[in-house]
Design a protein around this ligand. Sequence first.
Ligand SMILES: [Zn+2]
Length: 344
Amino acid sequence: MNAQLPTSIVGSLPKPAWLAEPEKLWAPWRLQGEELVEGQRDALSLSAAEQALAGLDIISDGEQTRQHFVTTFVESLGGVDFERRETVRIRDRYDASVPSVVGAVSRERSVFAEDAKTLRAQTDRPIKWALPGPMTMIDTLYDRHYGSREKLATEFAKILNEEARELEAAGVDIIQFDEPAFNVFFDDVKDWGVSVLEQAAEGLRCETAVHICFGYGIKANNDWKATLGDQWRQYEQSFPLLQESAIDIVSLECQNSRVPIELIELLRGKKVMVGAIDVAGADIETPETVADTLRGVLRFVDPDKLYPSTNCGMAPLPRQVARAKMVALAAGAEIVRGELALTG
Ligand SMILES: [Zn+2]
């Protein structure tokens, strides 16, 4: 693996058409029972091989065993009733029918440890595993039991911490918590969001990351982004808090984003996983475009702390587009590595 500018995807990749309906979030599975489990593991191995072939340095599972980055985790927990659904507003943006929390939440067994072992066996490169963040989890549920967002998030943090420890034991090198909700609920982020996230990461020896994007390239998110104005300054509030936090890496989007790039200076000292690949469209970046984005970011991030990545998950894209984007990411990072070697 490249010690400098190690590349990786944020999380999801498109699934093969034999496993789930393509280009769709929450796509139903096309297999059942034992066949589904085997199909998911096969897709996971395939996705790891495709990342390695594209030249990525840190390998993920491509979220091939999950229908959705939050619900698949929540489905395996006790205390959540999937029959009792309520319509809630997700991240203040779109309505969705979600399950209810009806009692104390609990985790009977590890959700992803077996999948992580499968991924570990596929590659000698470092591996990264994404889990939903506590604030994003509570935003995807209707709470009938705790009556406090902070209390429920704290309970989820305990569960996530147990899961993260098992993933670490399975050989995971980086555990990433996905917290898109951090761009919406600023008061909560400040009051308890960051400290609850730290509880989820407590005691881990592997590296930890938080991904705080403006969402997948789906219509509801794109419409919302259009209302945010020319400059997305939301990060101005969260970056200083994350800079001071115990989390090692901050993952955010940069390609075609309206985040003023100089805000990244607020994270100085942290490792920054920078999205140099847009996930909202099928246009494939050139390596030179990727290199340009990375060069811009290098004004605010030390070279040894820059991790080139994608803006977000690529699940909704066609497979060949996702593959070509990974190749462009690796090639763009290689250009900048060459330049850094020249300037010493
Ligand atoms: Zn994202």
